[in-house]
Design a protein around this ligand. Structure first.
Ligand code: COA
Length: 322
């Protein structure tokens, strides 16, 4: 039996349309300076009307499978992390199966782990591969966040963007994914939420958009991620200096800087896409990974630390020999 799962290929899709901070100045009471200084974001991609988590996800998935050199028929499991699926069911993953013309393998969405969704999906796929149950898994995050932000709320609408990122994991004898770590704490349920749901109590008013207490979430994120790094390194008897690359969830440049400092990593060893993409929720980690892999910054043999956090709160990490 193969001992590890290994990242065999990565892929991305970003919508063509770009919304800059200057465009946002015309929509809400904000400034380019405020957004850049407080978040690090300058622009974000916005899906066209016809684009969805499914259409974007299909493109990212095909890129990842091409990079891995495998065909859809070889995939043994599909997991799509998305807070913004086209339908409650069938899942985006099942709709992808149909588009790929394959059937039989397990396919499901992770809808409610928000920005931590990719880490949850990645960890589940890794477990199945380690157990020898499957050989290849397609794991992705795909989001149209532009459809769940309130475009009149300056505290949230400036933060998010749309896109999809995918990874193919495959069984390997050589060290690949060394460990994954998942956590959640529902006591922080009100810090970040999207109350909209078809199954809500019938006397509860419909809430269509993301609600967030940004400064509280900021402090929580810095604390939980610091502890998560310690846990991840200790589980592998590794030191900070063993980490070559941090591939973080892209929520705020100040959170990313704090995390780089925690690892004593210079910022040029952190995969950052925030400036051009904003926060694409569950897509942000695979998008950042794919960019750094494709432009040659991340090399085989590098040790990568991936981390994500989001509504729940939920958070998770993976330590990987790439
Ligand atoms: N433009 C201008 N001013 C804005 C603004 C905007 N887009 N958004 C908020 N402000 C104002 C606030 O109204 C507030 O004004 P006040 O002092 O008059 O009340 C002021 O800026 C400071 O707000 P605050 O929320 O304390 O700012 P902040 O420095 O914490 O930055 C975030 C706000 C959202 C950028 C930051 O808290 C953050 O990134 N938090 C983490 C969010 C996150 O991780 N989200 C995703 C999780 S998956």
């Amino acid at each position: 039996m193969k001992k590890y799962s290994q990242i065999l290929g990565t892929g991305s899709y970003l919508p063509e349309k770009i919304l800059t901070n200057f465009d946002l100045e015309k929509i809400v009471d904000t400034t380019n300076e405020w957004i850049v200084e407080r978040t690090g974001i300058r622009r974000r991609h916005i899906a066209e009307k016809h684009e969805t988590a499914l259409t974007m996800g299909e493109k990212a998935a095909r890129n990842a499978m091409d990079a891995a050199g495998i065909t859809p028929e070889e995939i043994g499991m599909i997991i799509v992390a998305t807070t913004t699926p086209e339908k409650m069911f069938p899942s985006t993953a099942c709709l992808l199966q149909q588009r790929f013309g394959i059937a039989g393998c397990p396919a499901f969405d992770l809808n409610s782990t928000a920005c931590a969704g990719f880490m949850y999906a990645f960890s589940i796929a890794d477990q199945y591969i380690r157990q020898g149950a499957i050989k290849y898994a397609l794991v992705m995050g795909s989001e149209v966040m532009s459809r769940i932000v309130d475009w009149s709320d300056r505290t949230t609408c400036v933060l998010f963007g749309d896109g999809a990122g995918a990874v193919v994991l495959g069984a390997s004898n050589k060290p690949g994914v060394l460990s994954t770590h998942l956590h959640a704490d529902g006591t922080h349920k009100d810090v970040l939420s999207l109350d909209h749901s078809i199954g809500r109590p019938i006397d509860v008013e419909e809430e269509l958009y993301i609600k967030m207490t940004g400064n509280q979430l900021f402090k929580l994120a810095v604390n939980i991620l610091g502890d998560l790094f310690d846990e991840t390194l200790e589980a592998n008897s590794m030191k900070k200096s063993d980490v070559d690359w941090l591939v973080p969830h892209q929520a705020n440049i100040r959170i990313i800087q704090a995390m780089a400092k925690k690892l004593d990593l210079p910022l040029d060893r952190v995969a950052i896409t925030l400036e051009d993409q904003g926060n694409t929720s569950s897509a942000s980690i695979p998008l950042a990974l794919d960019k750094a892999v494709r432009d040659g910054r991340i090399q085989h043999g590098n040790t990568l630390l991936l981390e994500g956090f989001g509504g729940g709160l939920a958070w998770g990490s993976a330590l990987i020999k790439y």
